[in-house]
Design a binder for this molecule. Sequence first.
Ligand SMILES: C[S@@+](CC[C@H](N)C(=O)[O-])C[C@H]1O[C@@H](n2cnc3c(N)ncnc32)[C@H](O)[C@@H]1O
Length: 404
Amino acid sequence: MSDECAPGEDESETGIDESTGDELLDRASEGGPLAVVVDEARTEIAIESLRTEGVYDDERAVRPYGDGRIAVPVDRPPEDTRVHAIVRQVDPDYRATDLDALLTERGWSDAERSRAPGSWAVVGDVVLVTLPPDCPNETDVAEALLELHGGAETVLADEGVRGTYREPRTRHLAGERDTETVHVEHGTAYGLDPAAVMFSPGNQAERVRMGDVVDSGERVWDMFAGIGYFTLPMARAGAAVTATEPNPTAFRYLVENAVRNDVTDRVAAYNADCRDLAETLSVDRVVMGYYGVSADADSEPTLSPESDGAPSPDGAADATRSTHGDARRLTAVEYLPSALDALDHGGTVHYHEAVHESERRDGPRRRLIEGAAEYGRTVRVLDQRRVKTHSAGVVHVVIDATVS
Ligand SMILES: C[S@@+](CC[C@H](N)C(=O)[O-])C[C@H]1O[C@@H](n2cnc3c(N)ncnc32)[C@H](O)[C@@H]1O
């Protein structure tokens, strides 16, 4: 155990070989609150791992420890996260825990603070913030967000997603220009560049749930795989996943993420439009995690926790055409024939839609049942759940159903 104020002094005592907490804590002395020392390059992964263990202390700042290492505050020694050493922090920096307090410190008036952003998302070491149009000073906001999130390196303005490939529009506000990062969520590591591919923090519970619903050995088709949002948790749970993704950038991350999560033997990834593979597949479960909507909502922010920026569900012209040359983004139900081509009788479908509140209860269910009936298939709805609020008056829902 060493004091954080004297990095390196007692490495011989604590040892800098990677090890878990117990043996290092034995050497602890009484003193300030605890921190763990990790390589700077591993900071984000370590923070997520510590958070998952429930030991990360976000009330104190992450600080440099010298020699390319970082001290990350913890409440108690971690059991699973591998660290170089456990140290006591001398004179720790306690962080203001909300944006309002940080903006007050920067001299913002009550009126100005009422025009500060109300929500943002942290994806790996990148903060994505949706700025109100009348935000008084975006640089102040960005710097305050970096202060608030000790492990963050960059702040991007989230200005929506566009086109069939759901490509984000972002603007650099503060911090590092390199925005490639690794976002760790319930043990699944998603490598991505949030400036190049979308990531919807609001879908977190659904990503985790997909890992829970599959059985080991099940054959799954993730029709709209992206960087592996659903593919990765399902493959980690033992499913054999076919993943289709036409966007070359998202596909590259999908393949890299299969390696990163050690599931290459259970993921067959195709850089293809899902419709081109449908007839070749025979699966137990299909994930239809995409919904087509109108161009007007393409201007909506999509990376904030409560919105993934897909446009409102009316159907209209689209900036990016698919390889099939569609003049507009197709609606979810228009992909149903492909899903049913691949789905064995008795198999399960997870059917996503963005739907106006007014028809949330019956609309998606009716479209799924009637769409399947056109292909002589019978749907039994098991469950319908709200994934998140999509945009004003629009919710993202998913139906679980068996299809015979
Ligand atoms: C970003 S995901 C949707 C949200 C995602 N399920 C989540 O949880 O955040 C949608 C993906 O579907 C892909 N896509 C669009 N059209 C497609 C098609 N015809 N076949 C396969 N993938 C498609 C897009 O490129 C995009 O990566």
